[in-house]
Design a protein around this ligand. Structure first.
Ligand code: FAD
Ligand code: NAP
Length: 540
């Protein structure tokens, strides 16, 4: 489908790449300023992550009521979430509703990938080229290409020889998959694998889960939202959003006011219990020192282990499912529904690849290092993404002197505030590396960046500037700040995708800004209020 905006000329003010939560909001804000905007999206419709990740069990891990736009009170009040954590189909319905309500689709060409963006150093305009042969000249080029939109399939020997069906959770068939009666293998036990496993197990004749690293997961405590809860949530939205904007993670739940060992053992246990009941990823922020103090981390881990072991019948299987290689919370804690209980089924087998690695895939299954084989009809790769830089790297972006962004980022992403890069004037990268994005509620991050960008472009126009460009010193300082803030935590101890550790050969650099959503909001607001310190504003 090529739903081009017939009003748009080939010369526009802004090109926006991506129609996920970030791109959609940017289009809305920038059009609202009177800019002509041209959007491009590889998928055939809006939704981004929620368009692509249609695997069984896919749902948000931030409560739906928070994982939704806050910018329009009517939108907030009119939309009814049916569950505490909405499923992928419901989130896609919501994003389609947003697109309809604000007439966003007319700005987009769908089914269209941006291949390149090249700076004209004289005019400081960007020439954007697509796989549909379109060429657009834009004053501003805005990337909203997603941190988790570039799928990763590991290069396992023989992977192409498999005669059965293969799937990746991040590129799931729209028509769905019927696993009924099949022998299925799932490789990967991150959030995607852990969400998919219980539902695939219900369908398949036999499910084998291939686990390289055990992960920390916590039951979601998901439930339908009744009318009274919805009414209360909607009535309390203003305060809920206010608290979220001040918070580290973009949701209204604050950590316990005291450090882990400044409370009695009873109070500590009660706090862990309360967070366990709340469900999911928020457990990693029960106490404020959990991700900086190893002893505090161990206290929360021990409570987690006690809870999880109680869910698993076979202690030998539990031994495999309990992580021993990273502090709890240093990879995103998974928010699951009946994951651990799934291993109590007779028709589900767990293979620890640490004990018995995959040697190769052949026509009928997976061969393990000890020579044994697992016969399969279908393989699901829940093996994640080339996170934070993968989607940007796929585009041939050329700035000053013809330097490519890929080269500039070859040692790890280099940005000022996550938003700008020196040598790439008028190019903005939204909710990506160098910003809190994936460490927080990304919908509110999208609004934070969209609002900052809109204010910035208005400032440029009001003061007669042609362009804005991050200074090399500001980039240097921000890269160091992101690195140093991460180094002061336990995060570097995990081989996570935050560090690029999941992609062979990727530089080990902590890519997000870890200082918290609220703190980051203050920093970028301060930069704007100062007249954009750290950026060069380039005259008419
Ligand atoms: P995306 O949604 O990834 O959208 C980017 C879009 O850009 C994609 O549609 C892609 O097709 C398009 N694109 C990329 N490159 C090009 C190109 N060259 N040309 C044209 N189009 C291009 N975060 C949370 O805060 N809470 C959650 O509960 C949560 N759950 C998640 C569940 C899953 C399964 C995954 C994978 C991620 C989840 N995330 C969650 C993180 C998620 O990335 C963000 O919440 C958010 O949806 C990202 O929105 P985005 O618009 O920034 O990027
Ligand atoms: P992921 O967290 O990177 O997990 C990928 C899994 O595949 C890991 O278990 C990894 O093992 C394994 N793997 C990778 N390469 C492998 C190989 N060569 N052999 C065997 N195993 C291999 O990816 P994801 O699960 O798609 O999640 C990515 C992020 O998306 C999450 O952290 C989260 O932010 C977001 N997400 C959120 C939700 C949600 O609950 N709302 C759902 C899905 C995704 P190792 O750990 O050993 O590398």
């Amino acid at each position: 489908m090529n739903d081009s905006n017939t009003e748009s000329p080939d010369v526009v003010d802004v090109v926006v790449v991506g129609a996920g939560v970030t791109g959609l909001y940017a289009v809305h804000r920038l059009r609202g300023l009177g800019h002509s905007v041209r959007g491009f999206e590889r998928g055939d419709d809006v939704g981004g992550v929620w368009y692509w990740n249609r695997y069984p069990g896919a749902r948000c891990d931030v409560e739906s009521v928070d994982y939704s736009y806050s910018f329009d009170e009517e939108l907030q009040q009119e939309w009814d979430w049916s569950e505490k954590y909405a499923t992928q189909p419901e989130i896609v319905r919501y994003l389609r509703h947003v697109a309809d309500r604000f007439d966003l689709r007319r700005s987009y060409s769908f089914g269209t990938s941006v291949l390149s963006a090249e700076l004209d150093e004289e005019t400081l305009r960007w020439t954007v080229r697509t796989d549909g042969g379109e060429v657009v000249s834009a004053r501003y080029c805005v990337f909203a290409v997603g941190c988790l939109s570039s799928t990763h399939v590991p290069d396992i020997p023989g992977v192409g020889e498999f005669a059965g069906a293969t799937y990746h959770t991040g590129a799931w068939p729209h028509e769905g998959v019927d696993f009924d009666g099949l022998r299925v293998g799932v490789i990967g036990t991150g959030s995607s694998g852990i969400q998919a496993v219980p539902l695939i197990a219900e369908q398949a004749a036999h499910l084998t889960v291939f686990q390289r690293s055990a992960n920390f997961s916590i039951p979601a405590g998901n439930a339908p939202l009744d009318e009274e809860t919805r009414r209360r949530q909607k009535a309390g939205y203003a305060e809920r959003r206010r608290l979220s904007r001040l918070s580290g993670g973009g949701s209204p739940h604050a950590a316990h006011p005291s450090a882990t060992f400044d409370v009695s053992p009873e109070e500590r246990r009660a706090a862990f219990e309360e967070r366990w009941e709340l469900g999911g990823v928020l457990y990693s922020k029960t106490f404020p020192d959990q991700l900086t103090d190893p002893a505090a981390n161990e206290a929360s881990r021990a409570f987690w282990e006690e809870k999880v072991r109680a869910l698993i019948d076979d202690p030998a299987v539990a031994d495999l499912l309990v992580p021993t290689d990273h502090p709890i919370g240093t990879k995103r804690i998974v928010t699951d529904s009946h994951y651990y209980e799934t291993f109590n089924r007779d028709d589900v087998t767990l293979v620890s690849l640490r004990e018995n690695a995959i040697e190769r895939i052949d026509a009928t299954g997976i061969v393990l290092a000890d020579g044994s084989r697992v016969e399969l009809d279908a393989i699901v790769f829940a093996t994640g993404f080339d996170a934070m830089t993968g989607a940007v790297d796929r585009v041939d972006v050329r700035g000053r002197g013809g330097r490519t962004l890929k080269d500039v980022w070859s040692g790890g992403p280099r940005t000022y505030l996550g938003l700008g890069v020196d040598g790439f004037p008028n190019l903005f990268n939204l909710t990506g590396a160098g910003s809190p994005s994936v460490m927080a509620n990304v919908v509110l991050c999208a609004e934070q960046h969209g609002d900052w960008l809109a204010d910035c472009l208005r400032h440029l126009d009001e003061h007669g500037y042609r362009a804005i460009e991050a200074s090399p010193e500001a980039v240097e300082e921000w890269v160091a700040q992101c690195r140093d803030r991460a180094a002061a935590t336990l995060f570097p101890a995990a081989n996570s995708w935050y560090l690029g550790a999941n992609i062979p050969g990727k530089p080990r650099v902590f890519m997000p800004f870890i200082g918290g959503f609220g703190v980051y909001g203050e920093i970028i607001a301060d930069v704007a209020a100062s007249g954009y310190k750290g950026f060069a504003l380039i005259g008419p």
